[in-house]
Design a protein around this ligand. Sequence first.
Ligand code: ATP
Ligand code: MG
Length: 145
Amino acid sequence: MLTDYSRIVVAYDHSDLSKKALKMAMNLAKLDNQIELLVFMVMQPARPIVYSYGYAFEAIQDSQREEVNAIRKEIEEEIQSLPNKTRSVVMEGNPGVMIVEFVKQNDADLVVMGSRGLSGLKELFLGSVSHYVVQKAPCPVFIVK
Ligand SMILES: Nc1ncnc2c1ncn2[C@@H]1O[C@H](COP(=O)(O)OP(=O)(O)OP(=O)(O)O)[C@@H](O)[C@H]1O
Ligand SMILES: [Mg+2]
């Protein structure tokens, strides 16, 4: 049954639940070393820069890039401990849209992600990113809580 899930994407934002999602996905991958594991992170601007003329432009800060690179290095070390084929990818943009696009382009069979992320608001069960991905992904989505 697990070979149905031959390529797993973990959506990772460094929140506690995304760490749990990564652990869960690594445990799935350990069951069959034919499973490929892709960890995907989407960088968003930490703060918007607003210019005149009513247009708001956003920029990723260098410090944020460095922080994300450090996190990615940590993750690379962790996933490379598996005998499986693994990869980590960082992109910039809208997280939900980018995750769904990444899943489609890599022909993934399963997405593993947290119910909530960094914002941590508890009123709703799902955050906006997990809500979007559950609706738009072409494959099953494993929500960790
Ligand atoms: N930028 C991102 N890159 C990759 N995965 C992400 C990103 N943001 C969220 N995720 C994934 O989505 C899960 C749910 O996070 P989500 O952002 O939906 O909730 P939230 O941060 O609590 O709420 P919101 O962002 O809507 O205010 C995370 O645990 C993580 O797996
Ligand atoms: Mg979020």
